[in-house]
Design a protein around this ligand. Sequence first.
Ligand code: PMP
Length: 407
Amino acid sequence: AERFDVTKIRQDFPILNRKVNGKPLVYFDNAATSQTPQQVIDCIVDYYQNYNANIHRGVHALSQEATDAYEKARQIIQQHFNAKESKEIILTAGTTHSINLVANGFEKFLQKGDEILVSGLEHHSNIVPWQMLCEKTGALLKVLPMSETGTLNMSQFEVMLNPNTKLVMVNHVSNALGTINPIQEIIKKAHDFGAKVLVDGAQSAPHLKADVQALDVDFYTCSAHKICGPTGIGMLYGKRELLEALPPYQGGGEMIDQVSFEKTTYAGLPNKFEAGTPNICGGIAFGRAINYMNEIGFENIQAYEHELLLYATKRLEEFDNIIIYGTSPEQKTAVISFNFEGLHPYDVGTLVDKMGIAVRTGHHCAQPIMEFFKIPGTIRASFSFYNTKEEIDLMIDALKKANSMLL
Ligand code: PMP
């Protein structure tokens, strides 16, 4: 990777030049979705301009070009996450789709009395599918509690694990608080009891590189739209033997071997889980986005974003009525979830939007965390490698104005 130059990087993102409410856009909602560099936009345009075709079935040139590009993207994703084989990478519509795919498949392996453990820091998409699975199977959902600082209670984890624990679900990084969870330790301890582990990597993929073999994780998933790719595409990594054992999620074209009205046999991996015409362009652009991020370099990204996080934390601490939720900057990605004493997060968010600042307000699809802190929501500023300290200064100025208007 080249030396990190944020001015040069910002030129890759045309959207950063636009104005919002007459003010330059300051985009700090990166944890919800990231912006798209020109390189990825060009890749999408190139697909529709030059080789748009359905894949895997055509013998004609366009179909083969599209198939090659789509399968090449799968290999880029495989290499990025260090999966053993590209077959272990299922292209899905995103993290939510991936988790539902696994949850649906596990119905076959669970029975009454089995236990499913989810962390108390999860996004709704890593809670609700497991509740639905428990309803169908009679398995019991247990919650690994978090502490005041937004970290998981690991001694409690050891107490909760038992031979009935079949599955453990945890995010690598929390979207609401930015906590980096000790997934290596969680995976190891869960495996000691024979439980399988699904790690939701939606919020880690933008900031750090996960090695699924080194982690020995059973399932790992992320969404492309949070790592400079388009919406509607993501991936599920699963160990080959587990993916082979899971039943297909949806039936249709592409996922079969032989179909007759008497009996249908399924295709092998990864096609078994990719029924129908997939998001071809999205998959190709996902691969391009991963290459783009690697061209910048994850070490550069992490170091720079950490600097932004420290700077923004220091500046926010200038407010005497600030409450920052979660753990120390050393244990989280570049996310700050905060409130001002006496102010509703929604009012603050609405006012700073008028000043061009895009932050997230609300429960961040993690209502149990808000319940824990007994608050309606937080203001969340989440930074990316294309943000700057000058933008943080603009946010602080806007927050000062909002405070003086509302207090
Ligand atoms: N898990 C986490 C931790 C997330 O942050 C998100 C996105 N907000 C999701 C899951 C769901 O991702 P998607 O909406 O792309 O399916």
